[in-house]
Design a protein around this ligand. Structure first.
Ligand code: PDD
Length: 292
């Protein structure tokens, strides 16, 4: 019956193919061991946002895991652009995944393995979503991840479970807690604004992913002459915050208006959060690199 099959073009190891034909070996070490890394860059109105930061982090993640770069940074960028063009992606994300490669299942890997590289696009609304407009309620779940969270690995089971637990409890997303302190979101960086108007976020370390959007937001804060403290903050401090928000490539700046059962501020997105939303979006729409 006239079902329209919308097929994306996917990039797999040197070829652009229809998604039905995009195949990878079952011996891929990403599949067998979670032995691989990924990156997500936003595309808004045909522009690639903060992409240099994402590609730099991709190179770092690979280096930390001793996986060779499958193509150069310049080639990564060209492939992203080509994929965006082929899929006519106006608004959404480009996903890149690099795994160590395919080999007989063995914990040890050979030094000369050839990485597997895939790239795909996903259509996604990145402006004026209900979450961005009204803010979201988030849960707190224990951070049960490993100790190298600075590497953007595809080993995401802890986040999958934390997000599912939060959803089952009626929340839209989750922040993770370790030793009483918030580390970050399930797939985002966590920020609060204190009663004194100080922007607080955890400093980069092995305990969190160094967020690209986080970096951009901190730069905006500096330009706004806002007082910033990169330090640990407790769950109680988050409950008491005047404002709270999270950042990521796929959610930009999203207000948090309730944490578990504590309303944040007056339960509406606060003025500082709004300011970041506006400036970040404006920068993306004006200075990010146009592709299509
Ligand atoms: N996640 N922290 C974690 C654990 C993340 O997974 C992400 C991004 C971030 C924010 O990083 P950035 O601003 O560079 O996107 C922080 C992506 C979007 C994902 O997993 O889909």
């Amino acid at each position: 019956m006239g079902r329209v099959i919308v097929s994306r073009t996917i990039y797999v190891n040197g070829e652009f193919v229809n998604e039905q034909d995009a195949k990878i070996s079952i011996f891929d070490r990403g599949f067998l061991f979670g032995d691989g890394i990924y990156e997500v860059s936003a595309v808004i109105e045909g522009r690639l946002v903060d992409n240099e930061l994402h590609l730099a982090r991709l190179e770092r993640s690979l280096g930390e895991l001793d996986i060779p770069m499958p193509v150069s940074l310049e080639e990564f960028k060209e492939l992203q652009k080509e994929l965006i063009r082929r899929n006519n992606l106006k608004n959404g994300v480009v996903y890149i995944q690099v795994t160590r490669g395919s080999a007989e299942r063995d914990f040890l890997y050979a030094a000369d393995m050839k990485p597997n590289l895939i790239m795909l696009t996903q259509v996604k609304q990145l402006q004026d979503t209900p979450s961005m407009r009204d803010g979201i309620a988030i849960d707190i779940q224990p951070d049960i991840r490993w100790l190298r969270r600075d590497i953007k690995t595809v080993m995401l089971l802890s986040q999958v479970l934390a997000k599912k637990a939060a959803k089952d409890r009626g929340f839209q997303d989750v922040w993770l807690v370790e030793d009483g302190h918030i580390t970050e979101g399930g797939s985002s960086s966590a920020f609060i604004v204190t009663k004194d108007g100080v922007l607080v976020t955890r400093p980069n370390s092995n305990a969190i992913l160094p967020g690209c959007t986080r970096k951009a937001v901190l730069k905006i804060a500096e330009e706004l002459n806002l007082k910033v403290e990169e330090r640990l903050f407790t769950v109680e401090e988050a409950y008491e915050a005047k404002e709270a928000f999270l950042t990521s490539a796929s959610s930009f700046v999203t207000p948090v208006v309730r944490i578990v059962d504590k309303q944040i501020g007056d339960g509406k997105p606060g003025p500082i959060t709004r300011r970041f939303q506006e400036i970040y979006l404006d920068l993306a729409l004006t200075s990010a690199e146009p592709i299509i």
